[in-house]
Design a protein around this ligand. Structure first.
Ligand code: SAM
Ligand code: SF4
Ligand code: SF4
Length: 340
């Protein structure tokens, strides 16, 4: 029984509302902007099973966050559908009092076999990442030569299972910007919200350069050429995407402009990586290990107190302070660990 949720905020007055938990650092893709194949090659050392959080540990952590005020949990990775016992984890998350929204971010390939089971377990929403509609472009983006069809089939399976579906497209200049309009048209016809994500300087291995960012403004302009957009009200405090509607329809399109329009002032998200480290910012250089705390015997009350202390000291606002220098030189946690 959790009782009333404590109200506490970080140093910039931001409450804790969302938990993003990465359930594995492994992935069946090698997206150029996330896990470039030349770095995440055959000799790359992924976490051993005993280095990952167990399902019991993840559930206990989620319970602590829920009691501290988190209402939403997003499961991510690496590729979360590769994690053994994922439906069981979802089922146990759904039983936690106070968690009212469970979502998953995935590359979609395994949704065909897993969507129905996940829905049954209590999953509500999926965000499927898809960066192109043209096979040749997508194959290069994902680095392993997988075509578009398996992902489109995954999206269809998620919809058929009754999950709410959104599609995420990261745009990298010179790689997939040719796909902006085809993707927008296709998902408008399908009435599936598409969100364009600016290529971000997460981690240190993706060779990020500001010249490779296609800005929200540029993408917006391209879309307006085939259909005018009108802005939608923010749905809740801390919403990351700025959302629009195609005029005369109910179909949405959104932008996550982390590089050109920062949203740190309303950032209510905590992240736990696959190895059980708590980070209070996507671009953090360091975190604190909840796994070690748990494995040294800390009980739920101690973990809760620890998380609350960390949150109350939080001052992160990386995107607001980003310079080309920090973007290129600051040591940051890889996306495949921290999960986006
Ligand atoms: N494997 C799953 C997937 O791709 O959906 C979940 C993990 S992935 C790290 C989460 C999200 O982060 C995906 O939508 C992915 O496209 C996005 N992402 C990864 N690296 C990025 C980068 N450098 N800039 C912007 N978005 C990125
Ligand atoms: Fe894998 Fe997702 Fe990263 Fe692509 S973005 S390499 S699918 S974790
Ligand atoms: Fe939140 Fe950090 Fe992103 Fe700012 S840069 S919105 S603090 S995760």
């Amino acid at each position: 029984m959790s009782g009333a949720k404590p109200i506490f905020v970080d140093r910039w007055n931001r409450p804790l509302r969302d938990l993003r938990i990465s359930v594995t650092d492994q992935c069946n893709f090698r997206c150029v902007y996330c896990m470039p194949a030349e770095i995440f090659g055959p000799n790359f050392r992924f976490l051993r099973e005993d280095e990952l959080l167990t399902i019991d540990e993840m559930v206990l952590i989620a319970e602590c966050f829920a009691e501290l005020g988190a209402e939403k949990v997003r499961i991510t990775g690496g590729e979360p559908l590769l994690r053994k016992e994922l439906p069981l984890f979802v089922e146990r998350l759904a039983a936690i009092e106070g968690i009212r929204d469970i979502a998953l971010t995935t590359n979609g390939v395994h949704l065909v076999k897993m969507a129905a089971r996940l829905k049954e377990a209590g999953l509500q929403r999926v965000n499927v990442s898809l960066d192109a509609l043209e096979d040749e472009v997508f194959k290069k983006m994902n680095g392993v030569g997988v075509g578009v069809q398996p992902v489109l089939k995954g999206i269809a399976a998620a919809k058929a299972a009754g999950l709410s579906v959104k599609v995420n497209m990261v745009v990298k200049k010179g790689w997939n910007d040719s796909q902006i309009i085809p993707m927008a048209k296709y998902f408008k016809e399908q009435d599936i919200p598409l969100r364009f994500i600016e290529f971000m300087d997460v981690g240190t291995s993706n060779g990020w350069d500001v010249a490779q960012v296609v800005t929200k403004k540029e993408i917006y302009k391209q879309i307006q050429t085939f259909h005018p957009l009108e802005p939608l009200e923010q749905a809740y405090f801390g919403e990351v995407a700025s959302r629009y509607r195609y005029v005369g329809t109910n179909t949405e399109v959104g932008f996550i402009a982390s590089v050109t329009e920062s949203f740190c002032a309303s950032c209510t998200r905590a992240r736990v990586s696959a190895d059980g480290t708590l980070y209070t910012c996507l671009f953090a250089s360091e975190g604190v290990s909840l796994k070690h705390l748990l494995r040294q015997g800390a009980d739920k009350a101690a973990v809760k107190q620890f998380v609350m202390d960390v949150w109350m000291k939080r001052t992160d606002r990386y995107s607001e302070e980003r310079t080309e220098q920090t973007a290129k030189t600051r040591k940051k946690i890889e996306m495949s660990y921290i999960g986006g």
